[in-house]
Write a protein of this length. Structure first.
Length: 185
């Protein structure tokens, strides 16, 4: 990998105007790839849940869609991108974890959130690969907006166990607060 190759994980937000390749692996998480075709500025985020609960206040807020989306849009604008011409490509929300909460499964909540956020912000979604039962590897070129996508069977998803562990911890905290009605492992 070169200096222009970047891998992001949960809570990662990266943008560039110089042309970089950004990679991530997704299970139930979402990656939004935003690109301004006029300036050639683009970037990607990787978020785990739409919004933090009251128990997550001290955690890295970029793990949550509402913050990750604003951070990415802000980075693109600071690099010379124009919010009015930004396009989105969205990926993830795979049912690789068996977790159901009050608002539905984590993937369903993430998919609803990212679609609603982009619609409310007037950012058109030009491509998406969401839902299903597979994990995904996403590779995004920030200068061209091109995406390479590889669907991975759940057993080949190396971060699945880390996501499961984090989801169990979050579910336990939320269950104590009465926010989750069902948790299957």
């Amino acid at each position: 990998m070169s200096a222009n190759d970047v891998t992001i994980y949960i809570g990662g937000v990266f943008a560039s105007r110089d042309g970089a390749t950004v990679r991530t692996l997704l299970g139930s998480c979402i990656a939004a790839c935003l690109w301004d075709p006029e300036s050639g500025v683009g970037g990607m985020n990787h978020f785990m849940l739409p919004r933090p609960s009251s128990h997550d206040a001290g955690d890295d807020l970029a793990r949550f869609g509402v913050h990750a989306m604003e951070l990415l849009i802000g980075k693109i604008q600071r690099l010379g991108g124009d919010r009015r011409s930004v396009q989105a490509k969205i990926f993830g929300g795979g049912h690789v974890l068996q977790i159901v909460g009050v608002g539905g499964s984590v993937p369903e909540q993430n998919i609803r959130f990212v679609r609603r956020f982009l619609s409310e912000e007037g950012i058109p979604v030009v491509s998406e690969d969401l839902g299903g039962a597979c994990a995904r590897q996403v590779i995004f070129r920030t200068d061209s907006g091109r995406v390479w996508l590889k669907r991975l069977p759940g057993s080949r998803f190396p971060r699945a166990e880390a996501e499961r562990a984090h989801a169990r911890e979050a579910a336990t905290i939320q269950a104590k607060a009465g926010e989750i009605t069902l948790f299957d492992d």
